[in-house]
Design a protein around this ligand. Structure first.
Ligand SMILES: NC(=O)c1ccc[n+]([C@@H]2O[C@H](COP(=O)([O-])OP(=O)(O)OC[C@H]3O[C@@H](n4cnc5c(N)ncnc54)[C@H](OP(=O)(O)O)[C@@H]3O)[C@@H](O)[C@H]2O)c1
Length: 257
């Protein structure tokens, strides 16, 4: 039986880094999924012939069907599944756009849920499911309202699965990054190049996540400072935590507009 890894959002950022890391693991193929075919093919060419580019839009239901059909046709067993594709931006809620919100809920929530379901049904003992949530999912994050709410879902959903699949020997882990220096960060700060604390490179997040998965951690938070901050937040009020966030939000978004 062919052993495969699947990475969504594989055409850049964190996903590209996961593809490169998984191509070094004991799998026969890495299926790299995103919309931009040319970017996927460039990345596949860098990684040798293990990486198969799979151009799909994960906001469309037929994409899930295409993935499952291919898994069945190829009699593949999924060793690693990384639900990484996500979209989000910082913005006043009143300035949001209905189409953008629908797409972000479809990508960040629906695709993660359905692809987790499909993947877990094609996994065996020793397999890994990694879902990429966010620090934004742990507390109220006004001005990233829709994005943070979708990530709260991913954080909770993934930890529920961790407990459900633990006894089956399938390891489910939440990757919970803080800021990452990549395209999404530019979307969040509207290209203002705002100075932010504790920014990671994509490589730091992925190297840490791969090690944490093998150590069977439930949550991978790569920055020590972020782990300390999350621990400390248990002892402060939600108002205090949100107040701290608002100082950063004001640099990212014109909140009076
Ligand atoms: N950047 C941060 O500061 C940060 C912090 C915490 C968590 N995260 C999370 O990390 C994950 C990776 O984000 P990133 O920072 O690497 O973002 P990114 O650089 O913007 O990459 C997003 C990836 O998702 C793909 N994608 C977007 N829409 C898609 C769709 N409809 N169908 C299929 N693929 C789609 C994009 O490829 P195509 O455009 O080719 O489709 C791209 O490969 C996300 O889940 C994000 O929420 C990011």
């Amino acid at each position: 039986m062919k052993k495969i890894a699947i990475v969504t959002g594989a055409s850049g950022g964190l996903g590209e880094e996961f593809v490169k890391a998984l191509a070094k693991e004991e799998v026969d193929e890495v299926w790299a999924i995103a919309r931009r075919k040319e970017k996927l093919e460039e990345i596949a060419a860098l990684c040798g012939d293990k990486v198969i580019s799979f151009p799909l839009d994960l906001t469309k239901d037929e994409s899930y069907e295409a993935i499952e059909k291919r898994i069945i046709e190829e009699e593949a067993s999924i060793k690693w599944m990384v639900n990484n594709a996500g979209m989000g931006r910082s913005l006043c809620f009143k300035n949001e756009n209905v189409d953008y919100m629908k797409k972000s809920i479809d990508l960040n929530v629906k695709a993660v849920t359905i692809l987790s379901f499909i993947a877990l049904n094609h996994m065996e003992k020793g397999s890994y499911l990694l879902n990429v949530g966010s620090q934004a999912g742990w507390q109220p994050v006004p001005y990233e309202t829709t994005y943070a709410a979708t990530k709260a879902y991913v954080n909770n959903f993934t930890m529920n699965l961790y407990y459900e699949y633990k006894s089956k020997g399938i390891h489910v882990m939440l990757v919970s990054p803080y800021w990452i220096e990549d395209d999404m960060l530019r979307e969040m700060d509207h290209g203002k190049d705002v100075k932010l604390n504790m920014v990671s490179t994509t490589n730091e997040v992925v190297v840490y996540a791969m090690k944490a998965a093998k150590k069977k951690k439930m949550v991978a938070m790569n920055k020590r400072g972020v782990r300390t901050m999350n621990f400390a937040q248990r002892f402060v009020t939600t108002n205090y935590a949100v107040g701290t966030w608002l100082k950063t939000a004001k640099k990212l978004v014109d909140i009076d507009n």
